[in-house]
Design a binder for this molecule. Structure first.
Ligand code: GTP
Ligand code: MG
Length: 459
């Protein structure tokens, strides 16, 4: 269904640059271009997918606003499936602003975030998972995340969902034969287990297990550094980032706020968070800082508990260890450049189960490579990940697959328990609906709006 209005937006970043690209999409795109563009060659025939040189002029035609290259992409062979005009003008916000104002005077509306992609989806140029892949590529924080987005844009996930759909449709056909039999004979026929059910469950398990590895590359790993005051948390943040991001002093309670920075280890974005030292707060500011630490610990993928080997263990250390008993934990024994005041070996029973112990000196830089490798090992990432295969990289898709998985399991159970085929058929249809949310075959407008409004303007 083609939209009636014509939209325009800058598709390149708003700032000083060599060129800026303004995109116009909709039924009025070509007519608008004719009124604003004065070709340098009189034979401008507006052939689709050709580039023309000339000037953008004010609507009266008296003032030249810029010298540009302009192209026309005739529907349906364009990104949105509508007529598109692209103006390559000079990248000065003043020029871009005046061209956009002219376009509005000629009846174009400024595009909302993601509106070009939304039109591409609504005009069946791509499915929803592909449109989301585009947004993910634009905001990718690592090369692998970009490659995963590209593979999804090329249809790897779409194909896998199609494959799952056909397995479920075949399974449904088998079950519906049993239902028809009952209607014909008034005798209940016990349905047989369609083999496609286990095949579908297996495919979905693979997809779901790809999510954790993909997430490390797409969203990064959230690492929180915690410990009592003065153990060297801020020193560690600075040592890992190579920047003086956090203030380091020998005064306990130096850090009050959460201080974050991102580094890349083996292509994985690692979001580091330095925190206030945990102890009985001595004032309101410190109290607020410490309550932020407890919140950030709840969202951490990996927690680094720092201990100072040069001073005896205290109750404050024990409280922090007690509060971090599960999850991915690294215990960083810091200040190994100083004489030790205690031996970890004698206190190993105090450590959280499964925690990795690493000896470091944040000041001297000792043990940091070991620490980085351990962070990556705990991130769930897979260096040899095949970014070309279908993967789940997006939480919305993961939740939809999980729902569909549950539907299929329920269908399987009702067949195992000899229940009427109608029950299993109902659950399989629910599973299909959940899968269709991923590609957008079936999705409500509110969710669509939410998805596209998170895209950037001009895409
Ligand atoms: N010798 C030695 N000193 C260190 C090491 N790491 C940190 N320090 C020193 O320990 C003191 C405290 O370091 P910070 O990094 O500020 O400690 P913190 O854990 O962030 O402290 P708060 O912000 O108060 O919670 C500073 O004087 C650092 O120079 C280390 O590996 N060896
Ligand atoms: Mg600090």
């Amino acid at each position: 269904m083609l939209r009636q209005d014509t939209i325009a937006a800058l598709s390149t970043p708003f700032g000083l640059s060599g060129i800026g690209i303004i995109r116009i999409s909709g039924p009025g795109a070509l007519e608008t271009a004719r009124r604003i563009f004065k070709p340098s060659n009189k034979n401008c025939s507006w052939e689709s997918h050709h580039l023309y040189h000339g000037d953008i002029v004010s609507t009266g035609g008296q003032t030249i606003l810029d010298e540009v290259l302009i192209s026309f992409m005739r529907k349906p062979n364009s990104f949105t499936g509508e007529d598109i005009i692209e103006i390559n003008c000079h990248g000065n916000p003043l020029i871009i602003g005046s061209i956009l104002t002219q376009l509005q005077e000629l009846g174009c509306r400024l595009a909302r975030p993601g509106e070009f992609s939304e039109r591409a989806f609504l005009n069946n140029r791509m499915d929803l998972s592909q449109a989301e892949a585009l947004a993910a590529m634009i905001s990718a924080k690592s090369g692998k995340a970009y490659a995963m987005g590209l593979s999804q844009l090329k249809g790897s996930l779409t194909k896998e969902i199609e494959n799952l759909r056909s397995l479920l449709i075949d399974a449904l056909a088998g079950l519906e034969a049993a239902i028809d039999f009952t209607e014909d004979t008034s005798r209940e026929k016990i349905p047989e287990m369609p083999p496609q059910i286990d095949q579908a469950l297996e495919c979905m398990q693979l997809l779901l297990s790809s999510y954790r590895a993909a997430k490390a590359y797409t969203e990064g790993v959230n690492v929180v550094i915690t410990g009592k005051p003065n153990v060297g948390k801020s020193s560690l943040l600075n040592a890992l980032t190579g920047r003086k991001k956090a203030i380091v002093t020998d005064i306990p309670g130096t850090t009050r706020d959460l201080i974050t920075d991102t580094i890349h280890i083996g292509g994985i974005p690692v979001n580091l968070m330095d925190t206030a030292g945990i102890r009985e707060p001595q004032n309101l500011i410190e109290k607020e800082g410490i309550s932020l630490v407890w919140e950030s610990l709840a969202d951490a993928d990996v927690v680094i508990i720092m201990l100072d080997v040069s001073k005896p263990l205290t109750d404050e250390d024990r409280i922090i260890i007690d509060k971090n008993q599960s999850g991915n934990i690294i215990v960083a024994m810091n200040k190994i450049d100083l004489p030790p005041a205690w031996e970890m070996e004698a206190n190993e029973h105090l450590l959280p189960p499964g925690a990795k112990m690493i000896h470091i000196s944040a000041k001297a830089g000792t043990g940091l490579d070991h620490l980085k490798r351990t962070l990556i090992d705990l991130s769930g990432s897979d260096e040899n990940i095949n970014t070309g295969r279908a993967m789940i990289t997006n939480l919305r898709h993961k939740l939809a697959i999980e729902k569909a998985y549950k539907n299929i399991q329920t269908a399987k159970e009702s067949i195992v328990h000899g229940m009427s085929a109608e029950f299993a058929a109902f659950d399989l249809r629910e599973a299909l609906d959940n899968l269709d949310e991923i590609t957008g075959k079936k999705i409500n407008d509110e969710i669509l709006d939410k998805i596209f409004s998170s895209f950037c303007i001009g895409k």
